[in-house]
Design a protein around this ligand. Structure first.
Ligand code: SF4
Length: 357
């Protein structure tokens, strides 16, 4: 059977299954495009269970697209702290400004206009289009590609753009068959998340076994085919936790590249000795002895940071850095996840020292 016919055949059983088995999730409470959009952006890199508290916090602070458009950048960064990939929330604000200024605060019910909004690619536009507006626009991500590859017993590499384009085109011909395209989009997502999972799918629980060509051929665990990812580049870094009184030094990263525009603790390339650390402190106009502190390894999409650190009780506050209180670092300055273990270790140390006094 042609792939598009298989994908058309599963629509009715999949939508029935979804209506009975869907998880109760906060972004499914209504069809508000703003709420759906926020959830889709958060879920791009974060698991559902982990995203829920962030989602509630974000919506409570910024309940409307107007509120997001006007929010100060520091508040946005703070609300996004822990989710990573901060360019996403910056793009969300740009898109919110466009929605407010060009569309009177209402998301356009048009897939082409949605795709033009900053940070909204074809997946997110398809999701908002079908879930919020009932447009026949599929949202094809890794989950949907996996389900489609198995249903169709398809050996095409799902990492290739042409495979995605073909699956999307097949789904586009199938979508008009659905009574409720919102259920179809969410059903595909839900099946991929709960049943047709990576590795060993739960075929015994699947409503689509009768249609699944990979299952019939005993190939469900061999699919989907995906090209081996390139190895991530590893960078060594040494982080300085510079303390002076109850203040800690931080510095903004460049506006381009990894963690663009985010605050971090001062750091240098490579893993350096205590002697070299002292020289660097001098070059920063500070005196103080560095005490070897905690290590941390942080994995980004294409990069790994292997970090060592020194804790330095400095005698002066060099004006090459910004200095924040512990309270500010915890509550109002957005510190990226890569830097959090250093802050946590330092707060713990300070707490222990207070107890000993
Ligand atoms: S039968 Fe198995 S492999 Fe096929 S769609 Fe269902 S869970 Fe996935």
């Amino acid at each position: 059977m042609e792939h598009k016919n298989i994908l058309a055949a599963i629509i009715s059983p999949l939508c029935s299954w979804y209506r009975k088995n869907q998880r109760i999730l906060p972004w499914r409470e209504n069809k508000d495009p703003y709420r759906i959009w926020v959830s889709e952006i958060m879920l791009q890199q974060t698991r559902v269970e982990a995203a829920i508290p962030y989602y509630h916090r974000f919506l409570e602070a910024l309940p409307t697209v107007e509120a997001l458009a006007q929010a100060p950048l520091e508040q946005l960064m703070k609300l996004w702290e822990g989710l990573g990939y901060y360019s996403r929330v910056k793009n969300m604000q740009k898109a919110a400004v466009t929605v407010v200024e060009q569309y009177g605060g209402r998301f356009p019910a048009d897939i082409k206009l949605l795709e033009k909004l900053p940070g909204i690619g074809d997946y997110t536009a398809g999701a908002i289009g079908s879930i919020a507006f009932g447009l026949p626009t599929p949202a094809v991500d890794g989950n949907v590609l996996r389900v489609a590859a198995r249903l169709c017993n398809d050996d095409a590499d799902i990492m290739l753009p042409q495979t995605k384009r073909r699956v999307k085109a097949d789904l586009e011909t199938a979508y008009p068959e659905a009574v409720d395209v919102s259920d179809l989009t969410q059903g595909l997502m839900e099946l991929g998340a709960l049943i047709c999972v990576p590795g060993v799918p739960k075929c015994d629980l699947c409503p689509l076994t009768a249609f699944c060509e990979a299952r019939k051929a005993g190939r469900e665990q061999l699919l989907p085919v995906r090209e081996v990812k390139k190895e991530k580049k590893t960078e060594k870094r040494t982080v300085f936790m510079l303390c002076c009184g109850d203040k800690v030094a931080a510095v903004k990263r460049p506006e381009k590249g990894v963690l663009a525009g985010m605050w971090e603790f001062p750091a240098v390339e490579g893993h350096i000795t205590g002697g070299k650390a002292e020289q660097i402190l001098t070059s920063w106009g500070m005196k103080g002895k560095g005490e070897a502190f905690v290590d941390n390894r942080h994995v980004f999409t294409h990069l790994i940071w292997e970090m060592k650190s020194y804790l330095v009780m400095a005698d002066t506050m060099s004006d090459r850095f910004s200095w924040f209180s512990f309270e500010e670092l915890q509550n109002s300055v957005a510190i990226p996840t890569a830097m959090k273990p250093f802050l946590t270790a330092m707060l713990k140390k300070v707490e222990e020292e207070h107890k000993q006094k």
